[in-house]
Unconditional design. Structure first.
Length: 158
């Protein structure tokens, strides 16, 4: 899918991206009204993730914002699809991103850290939410869509 079908309002949308590994999840957020972009390392625990998202939601509400949408994105991997379905049953918009969709410079070697990866995911996800075809040239992956029909997956392949 080349762009998000829902209109993006940054003042009412809580955004989170997750860098997943076998032992932990690194969750980075963009919370309306809060200048800092929170970054939290969690054990692999969906309930802890839900509590974290709720805490960020409550912080925004206390700061005077009404949060109408929570959008979460993460790369497809061994945990991607079940977590997306689990989040959606709790009214959280979940997007599984094909790993090749996140643009990475191939000119030089780069540091590979979870913090840097969450920044790349945030930038790509924000571009897609805003409808920017140059920042996030994604489309649905037919192979994964037929394999997992209830999960929206986006891919950079043309």
């Amino acid at each position: 899918m080349s762009r998000s079908l829902a209109a993006f309002d940054q003042d009412t949308t809580l955004i989170a991206v997750i860098e997943m590994s076998q032992s932990s999840w690194l969750v980075a957020g963009i919370v309306p009204v809060i200048e800092r972009h929170p970054l939290k390392k969690l054990a692999v625990d969906e309930e802890a993730l839900l509590r974290l998202l709720q805490r960020w939601h409550d912080e925004a509400v206390r700061a005077g914002r009404k949060i109408e949408r929570i959008a979460v994105a993460f790369e497809a991997g061994r945990d991607g699809f079940w977590l997306a379905r689990w989040l959606r049953t709790r009214n959280i918009e979940a997007h599984v991103i094909h790993p090749t969709s996140v643009a990475v410079s191939r000119e030089h070697r780069r540091a590979k850290t979870g913090r840097l990866d969450t920044e790349l995911l945030k930038r790509a996800f924000l571009g897609w939410l805003r409808g920017s075809p140059t920042n996030a040239p994604w489309r649905r992956s037919r192979r994964w869509r037929t394999k997992m029909p209830n999960v929206r997956t986006v891919s950079a392949r043309a």
